[in-house]
Ligand binder design. Structure first.
Ligand code: PLP
Length: 418
């Protein structure tokens, strides 16, 4: 049997699949592994209790449960949920949205797959059309999503050095040439893996540039506002007819229900709905059913602001304190944590690659993700890629503190040439 080129590039040879297997295997072999590698959101009892209560109400309410499991929703998503979302965004931000501007997908991961391949790939004359990532490091999950190889083209950032071992990436607008082959621009804000939040100024410029080039701007808002609002800096939410805003229920604490949301102009939504019908028939309805009341009442915003955001902010601050304590006396910098659930550490001049560091840490029972995976589409090599790691602080404080101490020890050994 021989796989097609699609089959080959989308089967387990892909780097991210191997890495995820590696993380999964390491965990199943040794349950005591300190998991600072994955992207799972934390388990917040107060939020979980709210969803449990809602599930109970569904079970108790006439035939609601039977309809939930027994009916296909329309391919654009469950109608009451879509209308409720449009209403929430209109009320909150004044965006002129109707239900025709919203599509629901099986997770935001599948939304980006459908969007990327709808907008980029081979054009009618066979020409290559690409997605521009104007700032890498960027989300690892985009890396292998192009059906056309070489779908991504990406740029290095500029680096702003800040006090207290902090730094921040910015879009390098001076070197941001948008070629004829670019058919969409994409950024995650807050960014996975760095916790960066592109400034309002950067977003305004990207919106203007994408409009000037007649291509949409995809804003991946999986951690952003109004929910789950894991965002610690000031950032104005934006949408217009040229912006494709991708959202998710995952980081609200519902990664298992696989619900993504796309807000875009009607043409994009029609295209996406068509692809969703072909690939999935429709979208699973559990996420919509569990959250629709909270969206209609606005409670989803208060839960995000009052429970979810403070939960992660406290964890981020605590993890940064541990890092400053344990890495004292060695070269290190932390990307300023402005949102999402990760810390991005940079070890300038590290004598070993981050891939080697990953292996050494795995042997010592700590899982992180080495930095070089987060530069999809970036041409050429760049030593910075091999000097960074991503760790998540969403696990229990004991796991995070222990993990950080071991990482610090291993990094010091590497600097000392041991
Ligand atoms: C930036 C970003 N976008 C999208 C996703 C995909 O989320 P989901 O498919 O669970 O909605 C993730 C998941 O970690 C993410 O970090």
């Amino acid at each position: 049997m021989e796989f097609s080129s699609f089959g080959k590039s989308f089967s387990s040879d892909a780097g991210i699949v191997q890495l995820m297997d590696d993380l999964g295997n390491a965990l199943s072999v040794d349950k005591s592994m300190l998991m600072l590698g994955g992207g799972n959101p934390g388990q917040i009892p107060e939020v979980q209790a709210r969803f449990r209560e809602r599930m109970g109400a569904i079970l108790d309410d006439g035939d609601q449960f039977e309809r939930l499991i027994g009916d296909y929703d329309p391919p654009q998503g469950e109608s009451r949920f879509v209308a409720a979302l449009a209403g929430l965004m209109r009320r909150e931000f004044g965006w002129p949205l109707t239900a025709r501007n919203i599509a629901v997908t099986n997770g935001s991961q599948s939304a980006s797959f459908m969007l990327f391949n709808m907008l980029a790939g081979h054009g009618e004359a066979g020409e290559a059309r690409r997605i521009l990532l104007p700032l890498t490091p960027e989300y690892i999950g985009y890396a292998d999503q192009g059906v056309m190889t070489g779908m991504f083209t990406a740029k290095r950032p500029t680096i702003e050095h800040l006090d207290d071992h902090l730094f921040k990436y910015h879009v390098d607008f001076d070197n941001l040439d948008i070629g004829e082959d670019v058919s969409a621009i994409c950024v995650s804000r807050p960014t996975n893996p760095t916790g960066n939040v592109l400034t309002d100024g950067e977003i305004t410029k990207l919106m203007a540039l994408s409009r000037a080039h007649g291509v949409p701007l995809i804003l991946d808002n999986a951690y952003g506002t109004p929910f789950p609002h894991i965002i610690f800096s000031d950032a104005t939410p934006v949408w217009d007819e040229n912006v494709i805003l991708c959202m998710s229920l995952s980081k609200l604490g519902l990664p298992g229900v696989r619900t993504g949301i796309v807000i875009a102009n009607e043409e994009i939504i029609r295209g996406l709905t068509g692809i969703n019908a072909i690939v999935n028939l429709t979208t699973g309805g559990f996420g919509a059913a569990l959250t629709v009341d909270m969206i209609e009442s606005g409670e989803i915003i208060s839960v995000s602001n009052d429970v979810i955001r403070p939960y992660y902010l406290e964890k981020a601050n605590q993890a940064v304190d541990w890092i400053r304590r344990d890495f004292g006396g060695c070269e290190f910098a932390i990307h300023r944590p402005e949102g999402a659930i990760f810390l991005w550490l940079w070890f300038p001049g590290l004598p070993v690659t981050s891939a080697e560091l990953y292996q050494r840490l795995k042997k010592r029972g700590v899982l992180i993700i080495p930095g070089h995976h987060f530069f999809p589409g970036l041409a050429g090599d760049w030593e910075h890629k091999h000097e960074c790691i991503r760790l998540t602080y969403s696990q229990s404080p004991e796991v995070v503190e222990k993990g950080i101490a071991i990482i610090a020890d291993e990094v010091k050994r590497a600097y000392d040439g041991r």
